[in-house]
Write a protein that binds this ligand. Sequence first.
Ligand code: ATP
Length: 619
Amino acid sequence: MQVVGMTNEREVWIASNTEKFRLNELVIIEDEELNNPVGEVIETYALNPFIPGVDEKSSILVDQEVVASLSSLGYNLEEEMIYTAKVRILSELFYPISTGAKVRYPCFAEVEELLLKTSPDKGLALGVILGTEGLTASLPLPYRRVAPLYEKGEIKPQTGVPFIFDYRAMNNYPHIGVFGGSGSGKSFGLRVLIEELIKKRVPLLVFDPHYEMSFNEVFHPGLPDDFKETFADRCLILTVGDDTGVKFEALTPADLCNLLSAVSPITEAMENAVTSILERGDSFTTFNQRLNDLMSLLESPNDDDFKKSFMASCQNIDEKKREAYLNRLMALKKQVGQLSTLKSINWRLNRLERQGIFRDQGIRQIEEGLKAQKAVIVRGSIWMLKVYAAYVLRSLYGKRRVYRDALQKGERAEEKFPPFVVVTDEAHNFAPRGEQNVPSRREIREIAQEGRKYGVFLVLATQRPALLDDTVNAQLNTKIIFRTVRSHDLNVIREETDMGSEEIKRLPYLPSGTGFVSSPVFGRTIPIRVRAAKTSSPHQINPFDELETVDERDGEIMNIIKECLPVNASNLVDLIQRLEACGFILSQERIINYLDMMVERGEIKREENRIVGYIYRLA
Ligand SMILES: Nc1ncnc2c1ncn2[C@@H]1O[C@H](COP(=O)(O)OP(=O)(O)OP(=O)(O)O)[C@@H](O)[C@H]1O
C-alpha cells in the first residue's frame, strides 16, 4: 500500500494490488518528516485491468495523475486489479505528503486518541465506529464487549472500536440532535442513548408521544448475559391527564395564559382579562365560576336585574360575602369589558379541562422522579404534550435556576433541584420553525440558549430537521444523523454540521441503524453503527404479522368450531348458538371467515357439496 498521484496537505490517493480499501477505515502514512499522519478512507475504487483509468464500479474516471503515478511506481495496470482510495488526513499538516510513501493499517494504540475520548465506564457506549473493524484484535478487553450489534434479527458480537460519547463534555458542547427519516433507526438510536443515560443515573425528562419508551423488556434473548439489563426500577412512567397534570391552584396568570394559548393563540385583551380574573389560590372551579358569572353579568340587559337574580340564587351564602363578590364582579366588568374576550377564554379553558390536564397532584411526581435521578417518561398525545411541556419545562427549569443561582451567590437554597436532560422525539412539533405561536418553543429555545449554565440539556429527535426552529437547531452541538432523503433536510444538515460533501452524499443510502455523529467533541464526523438495544418497546410486533397471529380469543373460538364440525350452511345456526352460549357473538360472515382461515392454516378442510354448498370437516 502506498501513496500515489499528486498529494496535498489534506488529501492523498493510496493504492494497492492486494488490499481492498473500506470506507472510513484508518491508515497510517509512513512519512517520518510529517510524523506518520493518520488518514481516513473517504472514497474507494477498483481499477479495471482491461480499461485502465476507469473505475470498475461506476466508470468514473479516476484522477489521471493517479494512473500515471501507478505505472511509474511499478503497478501493471493492464494485468492486475488495482485498488485505490482517496484518504483524508486527520491531522493538520503544513507540507504535502511524499508520493510513494508506504501506507499501513494502524493498531488500536496508535489511533486510540482519535477514536476514544473517554472510557465505557465514564461515557455512553452508543455503538461502534465504522471502519475500525480491523482494530478489533488489538482492542483492550474493557472495550470489546460494550457494543454488541443487531443484524438481520440476530445479535452479533461487537466488531470495531466502540463509539463512546463523553456526555460530560456536554457541559461545554451542550445539547444533542438525533435526525433521520422514517425507519432510519432514529427511535432505536434514541432508546440506546436513553439506556446509557439511565445507566449513568442522569435525571431524564422524556416526552413520549408514541407510548413506546419503556425499558423493562429484554430486547433479544440472544444478548450476551453480561450485557442484558432492564431499567424498570429506574423509570417512572406517567400519563398526562391521568397521573400527572397541572395543579390549577399553583398557576400564575402567565402560566394560565400559556396553557390557554397552547389551545389556540390568545390576544392581549384575553391576557389582561385572565390577569384580572385569576385570584391567588383559585381552583379550577372558583376561577371557572367567576368567569361564568362575569359572562352572565355582561350578557344581562342591566346590572340591577343581574344583582337581584344573583342575590336570590345563592341565599345559603352569607349576605356580606355575596355583596363583596358582586362588587368584585362589577369591578371586573369595568376592567374586562368585552363578552367575546371572556367567551374565548372560556372555550379554551374548557378544552383543557376536558382533556384532564388539571390534576391536583400537578408535577410533584415528576419532580420527585428527577430528584431520585430516574428517567421520568411523560406520555400523552402530541397536542397534550405540547401544552404540558411548556408548563413543565418552565416550572422545572425555573426550580433548577433558582437553586443554581442561590449556590452561585453563596446563599442557602430552599430546595435542592438536580441538573437534568430533556428528551423528546417529534421535536419539530415542540419547537417548530416559523411564525406560529407554540408555547413549548419558547421554553425549549431558552434551554437551548441558556440551559448549559444551569445544567439543563436537550436531546431532540426529529424526522424533519428542516422544520425545527433555527435557533434551537443551531444550539444542538452534537448531531447524530441517520438516513435522510429529503433535500430540505439535507440542506439543513449541510448548513448545521461539519459533514463533508462525501458524507452528505451517503446519507440517503445509509442502512437503518448506521449514522454519522457530528460533534465538536471529536472535531470530525464519525460514522457509527448503533449497538443492539438492551430493551425494547412493548409493541414491536409487525402489524402484518399481527394479522396472521391467532390470539387467545381466536384460539377459543376455533376450538369451539372444531367441536361442532362438520359444519355446512344448514347447521351453521347451531354453531352460532353454541358460540353465543360461550360468550362469542359473531355474525355469519365472521364465522365463515374463521372457517376459511382454519382451512388456510391446514387445520380443517373444505369440501364442495352440490346440495348444501360447502361442508367444513376435520382435516
Ligand atoms: N442500530 C440498529 N441495528 C440494527 N437494526 C436497527 C438499528 N436501528 C434500527 N434498526 C432497524 O430499523 C427499524 C426501524 O428503526 P426505528 O424504529 O428506529 O426507525 P425510526 O427512524 O425511528 O422511524 P420512525 O421515525 O418512522 O419511527 C427497527 O425496527 C430495526 O429493525
